[in-house]
Design a protein around this ligand. Sequence first.
Ligand SMILES: [Mn+2]
Length: 277
Amino acid sequence: MNALSSLVPERSVKNGRSRLHYRTIWISDIHLGTKGCNAEMLIDFLDSVDSDILYLVGDIVDGWQLKKRLYWPTAHNDVVWRIMKRARRGTRVIYIPGNHDEMFRQFTGMSFGGVEIRRKKIHTTVDGRKLLVLHGDEFDAIMLAHRWLAFVGDAAYTALMAVNRRFNQVRRLFGLPYWSLSKMAKHKVKNAVAFISQFEEIVAHEAERRHVDGVVCGHIHTAEIRQFGSVTYYNDGDWVEGCTALVEHHDGTMEVLHWADVMAARHNAAPALELAA
Ligand SMILES: [Mn+2]
């Protein structure tokens, strides 16, 4: 897409720590208030990157889980505090609530401590492309209409298990051990892959219908940059498993940051730096 050099973001040093600076950052599916939330890695991310604009693309707080049981460690407070702080210091923060934090949707159009709450937003990249930003749960109804796919999957699974049973009867005759269940696991993964690509297609199709150049969403916890015809589909992933963010560089280049990899690279580089010093 662009020259490699454009992928090197601007740097600044704050409190003795080098910080990367992007034009725009999108993060979502943090699920604060759950044990699954990887708040420590997100804090490391927030302490390492800055941007002119920050989008919170939904499921930031998990209201469903919090209603069931109050779980709110200090680290989760630290995330909220860091986001509010950057809003105060001039980063434009736009919060688009998702389905797990839908209780904030009633405040659409309002602003709290410099955080604008929106249902969706058209983002214009520095190179003039229009991107529709939304959480993505709005497509759940369409996904449900495609449930027959899941049914086909189920039927295939039942058939597979019948074959598996027969196969293992033969194996037993020859004194062979039971065949592993890895096929089942593989099948499940295949279904997940089908679900994800179906979601991506539906979202991209909707973006095309709205005549935008791309769409940015979260919701399915799978970071991706993928072209569908004239529309680019972007998903910023999550901070439960993937720990990813979508960023727009100052020249408009878009990139998914895998923060676990960044932290690992920093960890591996640290001893070398000590030796150099
Ligand atoms: Mn969601």
